[in-house]
Design a protein around this ligand. Sequence first.
Ligand code: DQA
Length: 162
Amino acid sequence: MKILVIHGPNLNLLGSREQELYGRLTLPEINRQIKKTAKKIKVEVEIFQSNNEGELVTKIGKAKGKYQGLLINPAAYTHTSVALRDAILSVGIPAVEVHISNVYRREEFRRHSFISDIALGQVVGFGPGSYLLGLEGLVSYLKERSRIQGKRSTRTLESSNP
Ligand code: DQA
């Protein structure tokens, strides 16, 4: 099972950017924690960061068939991007939206997300831990789904080969 992890704009500046909101960990340090969690729960991850909306859309657009799940912090594009929303809808891969800060405790405009109503779930406000919780939730959903699908196809086989 392979998960695509996407970090949106300005997340490359973590560690120095608004530390009171986002903490002191840098993006490479957070990525190391994501990889450690991935190893623990036995999934592969590919991690991608871009400040460019088009690059994010293109990356998601190529995800079908390569990744079973998407863990995404769309950062500021959360609140603005119909294009990212459409990209996620187009590939139909289950997506979990994460935010380091609690976006509901901040400015009014951060309360609206173009992603949340098409996401499998959302994790906000746990610092970099939001990524780890989001990854665990996404993977346990995917494992349960494939277990159910596996059972269903065994049943179909049994009924066609009595
Ligand atoms: C963020 C919250 C967004 O509102 C903001 O634009 C970010 C980071 C977060 O992780 O808390 O860049 O996605």
